[in-house]
Design a protein around this ligand. Structure first.
Ligand code: GLA
Length: 442
């Protein structure tokens, strides 16, 4: 295993960022990352309700998903938003310049759909685009900022994703804040999801993140997720390789969005699905499922409803985690979470990821101290998928985990209050010559 110096450096960086004072869009919304369901990755722009009535982008699809969110335990686990994406519109505005939902696929209009979602105790999200057209070619908001914001408010929209196709990236520094201002002027509180930085990065521009943080609740930095492990890996790599720029921008009310969860679809194995979910929690990512909740297999549903990992994602500190180790296909990602002991010792969620393809699980052995966990009174360590509590471990304890190929082990280490370590446990005395505390199920 390579040098652990990198960890020490990274841990220092975490604390530097903590002391930064980044304030975000002050609408009081999404103080923890939003959770919900979003149509795009799984259902795309299927408008063929004649031949595919159950899967086309339609009133029926969103009402069905609303019902399942409630009846199948997703709302109880924290999922709250039902979000429409592209392809909900008519191709033309009406004679007064207003947006019109597709008359056949949304025959009752968007207010009726939003009312239905609200009647189930959920919130309703919609999609638009700052440019002349949405990415799929439907009318965009440019030239109609005030009118469209008013329309959304009158329908009872709670969340707006504003895409950036058919727009000039140089216009976005004005356009995104201006549409946000128009949303605020309606008096209705709406979460504002921006694609502003990703289009600017594609155009070779340097996004102004302090302005993005000030005006948006969440934003995309990188490519659209697709239904493959390669796509998930490319996102993981992007967030790891650019973490010094990306991580400090996250915090309560303002989040980086690595895109939807594709757990339960066609492209990821069970191990890979667990990895996506664990890493999205480390990244303090919005948890927006894009999956057919009617047919999802129980083991994938269990991943999406894993309360302990959701709790990590929703940690109130809102500090995004980082990749602290990467060598020969093994990565360790770590996120500071509550509780904090003695004003300085954070608790952590730690994810061990195996990116290797050589077919057999890899052992990773490391002391808590090498991970940056140095609270002298120890940490209660728990495996968040295996549901095993390993008791209280001292910083000197060497832990050893087995990580499956393209899989993950995610632990939570809760810093213990300041009583004598030895007084509360006899389980893990540290004996330097033979102490390897195996984190495997007993
Ligand atoms: C862009 C966005 C996607 C989705 C599509 C819809 O590609 O990044 O998330 O909204 O547009 O056309």
């Amino acid at each position: 295993m390579a040098s652990w110096k990198f960890i020490a450096v990274s841990t220092v960086c975490v604390f530097v960022f903590l002391s930064g004072n980044i304030s975000g869009l002050d609408n009081g919304l999404v103080l923890t990352p939003p959770m919900g369901w979003l149509a795009w990755e799984r259902f795309r722009c299927n408008t063929d309700c004649k031949n595919d009535p159950e899967n086309c982008i339609s009133d029926r699809l969103f009402r069905t998903m609303t019902d399942i969110l409630v009846t199948e335990g997703y709302t109880a686990a924290g999922y709250e938003y039902i979000n429409v994406d592209d392809c909900w519109l008519e191709r033309e505005r009406d004679e007064r310049g207003r947006l019109v939902p597709d008359r056949e696929r949304f025959p009752y209009g968007m207010k009726s759909l939003a009312d239905y979602v609200h009647s189930k105790g959920l919130k309703f999200g919609i999609y638009e685009d700052y440019g002349n057209f949405t990415c799929a070619g439907y009318p965009g908001v440019v030239g109609h900022l005030s009118g469209d914001a008013t329309t959304f408010a009158s329908w009872g929209v709670d969340y707006v994703k504003l895409d950036g196709c058919y727009a000039l990236p140089t216009d976005m520094d004005y356009g995104y804040p201006e549409f946000g201002r128009q949303l605020n002027l309606t008096g209705r509180q709406m979460v504002y999801s921006c694609s502003w930085p990703v289009y600017q990065i594609y155009a070779g521009l340097q996004p102004n993140f302090s302005s993005i943080i000030e005006h948006c609740n969440l934003w995309r930095n990188f490519d659209d997720i697709q239904d493959s492990w390669a796509s998930v890996e490319s996102i993981i790599d992007y967030y790891g390789n650019h973490q010094d720029v990306i991580v400090p921008n996250a915090g309560p009310g303002h989040w980086n969005d690595p895109d939807m969860l594709i757990v339960g679809n066609f492209g990821l194995s069970y191990e890979q699905s667990k990895t996506q979910f664990a890493l999205w929690a480390i990244l303090a990512a919005p948890l927006l499922m894009s999956v057919d909740l009617r047919t999802i297999r129980p083991e994938y549903k269990a991943i999406l409803q894993n309360r302990k990992i959701i709790e990590v994602d929703q940690d109130p500190l809102g500090i995004q985690g980082r990749r602290i180790y990467k060598h020969r296909g093994i990565e360790i990602w770590s996120r500071p979470i509550l509780p904090i002991q003695q004003g300085q010792f954070y608790s952590y969620a730690v994810a061990f990821v195996n990116r290797r393809t050589d077919g057999t699980p890899s052992d990773v052995a490391v002391t808590l101290r090498e991970l940056g966990l140095s609270n002298p009174t120890g940490y209660r360590v728990e495996d968040l998928y295996e549901d095993v509590d390993y008791g209280v471990l001292s910083p000197q304890t060497k832990i050893k985990v087995k990580v499956n190929p393209s899989g993950v082990v995610i632990l939570r280490a809760d810093a213990q209050p300041g009583y004598a370590f030895n007084a509360i446990t006899t389980r893990t005395p540290y004996t330097p010559l033979n102490d390897v505390f195996r984190l495997t199920k007993k």
